[in-house]
Design a protein around this ligand. Structure first.
Ligand code: HEM
Length: 293
């Protein structure tokens, strides 16, 4: 029976690294993916494949597509059509570095490393703005129902779709806001994480309230802060059984539903976005049969 890559449903690690690759040489793809299969356990190393890879292999993964171009007044979110995404999870940055080198070496004949971002758990699971992130994530069976393709799609059962976006925070802007405005931006109180009853419609948790969509739009968020020098932000990562829930949320965040944009945009911006399909595991190995491998 196929099961999900365990890392998708596990709590966040203390450290992580995100790698993404473009295709460099089509001839070597199948061999490199077999090598990746030998290195990735789905738990400490979670793997996803983008639509350029499925196209290069002539594989049909129903539901996999490029990240949509999302525009709204004053906003355009770049899409990054990437072939392979690897989320390295662990507690030891040195071990992650060495695993990252092994994986890059195994993929390099056919793929070129395009992006590499280190990420970490901050203050027990807070965004760098200081707000707890992940509170309203579905748990246990509900997490599986939200994030994992179920048996009614037998070819993909146990797999998942992930939307990733790197957001860069403008800390000076955030710090210049009075505390009340910061809380209203998120819609929760930073001090005790209580949801604010009287939060404005632009508050992030009002924009994204998962049960307020029709159909309900649940995702499993596994975002982690990133930092580079004095810059930083959030590596937003949301797993779903399709991209529909994420797209509904993002559409409302940018104001395409009612003209009200998410107040988060006052201090943070997405720099990129990408979509990947995360294969299931079979006999403790990535099941690459939907890709014809
Ligand atoms: C820098 C970017 C972002 C930051 C700092 C951020 C932060 C937060 C925080 C602090 C919460 C409240 C606690 C919680 O339930 O987790 C939250 C909730 C949530 N966020 Fe974000 N978020 C970001 C981007 C996004 C994006 C791009 C989406 C989806 C398109 C999203 C979807 C959600 C959802 C679904 C919830 C739970 C809403 C509910 O059902 O109550 N977030 N986020």
């Amino acid at each position: 029976m196929n099961t999900p890559q365990p890392g998708i449903l596990l709590p966040l690690p203390s450290h992580a690294r995100y790698l993404s690759f473009d295709i460099a040489n089509r001839d070597g793809i199948a061999g490199c993916l077999r090598a990746l299969r030998d290195l990735a356990d789905g738990e400490n190393t979670v793997v996803g494949f983008g639509s350029p890879l499925a196209s290069a292999l002539n594989a049909d993964i129903p539901g996999l597509k490029p990240f949509p171009l999302i525009t709204a007044p004053g906003l355009s979110i770049e899409s990054a059509p990437e072939a392979v995404w690897v989320w390295l999870r662990g507690d030891d940055r040195g071990e992650i570095l060495h695993r990252s080198r092994r994986i890059t070496r195994a993929l390099e004949p056919a793929f070129a490393l395009k992006e590499l971002w280190d990420a970490f758990k901050h203050d027990n699971g807070r965004d760098l703005s200081g707000y707890e992130d992940g509170t309203e994530n579905p748990k246990d069976d509900e997490a599986v129902a939200a994030a994992i393709v179920c048996d009614d799609q037998p070819a993909l059962a146990g797999s998942s779709f992930v939307a990733t976006q790197r957001w860069a925070h403008r800390f000076d802007r955030f710090e210049a806001m009075p505390g009340d405005e910061q809380d209203n931006t998120v819609g929760r109180r930073r001090s005790d994480n209580e949801e604010l009853d009287d939060a404005p419609e632009s508050a992030h948790v009002k924009r994204t309230a998962q049960e307020s969509f029709t159909p309900e739009a649940f995702v499993v968020r596994r975002s982690m802060p990133w930092a580079d020098g004095n810059e930083g932000g959030l590596m937003f990562v949301a797993f779903g059984h399709s991209f529909a829930a994420f797209e509904a949320q993002l559409n409302r965040m940018v104001g395409n539903e009612d003209g009200i944009a998410d107040a988060l945009f006052k201090f943070t911006q997405p720099l990129s976005g990408a979509y990947f399909w995360c294969p299931a595991m079979q006999d403790e190995r990535l099941d690459l049969t939907p890709l014809g491998i």
